[in-house]
Write a protein that binds this ligand. Sequence first.
Ligand code: FAD
Length: 319
Amino acid sequence: MPDVLVLVDHDGERVNKTTYELLAAARRLGDPAAVVVGPPGTAARLRESLARYGATSVHAAEFAQAADFLVTPAVDALELAVSETSPAAVLVPATTDGREVAARLAARLDAGLLIDAVDLDSSGVVTQIVFGGSYTVRSQVTHGTPVITVRPGAFEPEELPGGAAEWTLVPPAVDPTTSARITDRRTVLAGDRPGLTEAAVVVSGGRGVGGAHGFEVVEELADAFGGAVGASRAAVDAGYYPHQFQVGQTGKSVSPQLYVALGISGAIQHLAGMQTSKTIVAVNKDPEAPILDLADYGVVGDLFAVTPQLTQEVAARRA
Ligand code: FAD
């Protein structure tokens, strides 16, 4: 079986769930080979969990300043791993950084790039959501090693019994003169909530919440579910909620088990980031709002009247 390279998304201590989803997707095409980029010791910490979710080998590109660079070390490591293993494909999470890594890698390899895959079959045919979610297309790369970004939440992680992964140290080769370097860091307070792309439940607020204060009802419902908070671009642009929580075409793509849209009209650019959610619930006071056409369950009403009742009910059932 050919290798299928998977770029590992991690925080140094823990592998993010999206990587386990990519390992499950990779198993459809060949043997998943994880590529870890980080400071020395990172791959040793992550190796066991990667093997448990299907990685049969781990390529570790480790160097002390790895955390100081943006995406180039990952592109370098993948490029080297491609030249050494001639994989069937390279899978990268469809996150902000992942998209940049994939585009740069495909350009360097002169290879075809497919973005936002939501499904993948054993012959390498990829199902994508395109044009802001208006169309679903099936595509296949016919030139070079396929580079594919995979939408978080599109695949179920598969835990395998007794997995073990071979281990290779890849020499990192970062050229500081051509690699973008991090010069400043800001701490984002995410609290105890799960990450947007990892959460089983996402509760998002739109312009309809009316202000930053209005997001309290959104947060309360998210917390009752143990879920994450998201926001529409209109809510973000109006300063109601920080940009890193934006869901949609120019924000994050999510595919949770449950997506609750509060005061969101359902513009195509918002749907592009959440329409693959398993169950969608919308609360909107306008019965003509497009989000109600997509929702599995729609409530026509004032979100400030409906949401607290929903929160109370969810909290009571989970108590
Ligand atoms: P609105 O469209 O203003 O809708 C507010 C809704 O709240 C209405 O349906 C209203 O009936 C309802 N409402 C009001 N008060 C209440 C109440 N008390 N109770 C219940 N319901 C109430 N948008 C994104 O979200 N994500 C993106 O990534 C994104 N990217 C974009 C990229 C481009 C290139 C462009 C052009 C646009 C993009 N947009 C994106 C913007 C998008 O087109 C919409 O403008 C935006 O999604 C609208 O946000 P909204 O639904 O919160 O606001």
